[in-house]
Design a protein around this ligand. Structure first.
Ligand SMILES: [Zn+2]
Ligand SMILES: [Zn+2]
Length: 240
């Protein structure tokens, strides 16, 4: 996989494009330092930072949809984190899965609820997207997180059974309709607590559709681990 990123970006920072000097990271030191992450205390449900002494659930957890117990996001979907997610997903910077999965493993460890008795399941791509892209960024993130936390991965436990329009091109209203019944789980998830892995959670519609498929096959609980969470205030600004 490193050969893919090497071809496309020989030693350039995935976020700003400046040269990298053997840092072992796909981001330059300035961009790494500028990563905005959710600090403690965090909402127990949606994972956003909440003020000290506030209620454990922020009440602004709109992206935590039906069938999903809670979200574990690393930070808000903006700035360097957004650039990194887009570079991993759309521009072939697969080396970024190392940086991002380190952040994700740190969130799992700090939160503590999923450290034992949970399995990682990446959100799948459709066969066509997989063929076009050659890799599933969510699977790379799940594998990296597994290596760093010791949690097992059930890679093929969830399949995407039909093509869907790109969620980012649809309004909130149509996102659930777009992905409903687009996923199918297999028997391997029966009785498991599943930590679903994706790059970004926006409305939570994909996670809701995946959770429905997993629970149909007997998964016990479903939570979501993601690199980034779109905050309502940021998505409003972008869609304006
Ligand atoms: Zn940079
Ligand atoms: Zn919340």
């Amino acid at each position: 996989m490193s050969s893919i990123s090497g071809l496309i970006a020989p030693g350039l920072c995935a976020a700003c494009g400046r040269g990298l000097f053997l840092s072992g990271s796909a981001l330059c030191p300035d961009c790494s330092a500028a990563l905005e992450l959710f600090g403690d205390p965090r909402c127990r449900k949606c994972g956003r930072s909440v003020p000290k002494g506030a209620a454990p659930v922020c009440g602004n957890c709109a992206s935590v949809r039906k069938g999903v117990s809670f979200l574990l996001p690393c930070g808000p979907y903006r700035g360097v984190l957004r650039e990194a997610v887009l570079a991993l997903k759309l521009r072939g910077f697969t080396a970024l899965s190392e940086d991002l999965s380190s952040l994700m493993a740190a969130v799992v460890e700090r939160d503590g609820r999923c450290l034992s008795g949970w399995v990682l399941v990446p959100v799948p791509l459709s066969p066509l997207s997989w063929r076009n892209r050659g890799y599933n960024h969510a699977a790379l993130l799940a594998r990296g997180t597994a290596r760093k936390t010791g949690l097992p991965v059930l890679s093929g436990a969830l399949r995407k059974t039909r093509e869907t329009a790109r969620q980012s091109e649809l309004s909130r209203l149509y996102r659930l309709r777009n992905v409903r019944r687009a996923f199918e789980a297999d028997e391997a998830v029966r009785g498991e607590n599943v930590l679903l892995v994706d790059d970004v959670v926006t409305t939570g519609a994909t996670a809701e559709a995946c959770a429905a498929a997993l629970k149909e096959k007997g998964a016990r609980r479903v939570a979501v681990l993601c690199a980034a969470l779109t905050l309502p205030e940021d998505s409003l600004r972008r869609n304006r």
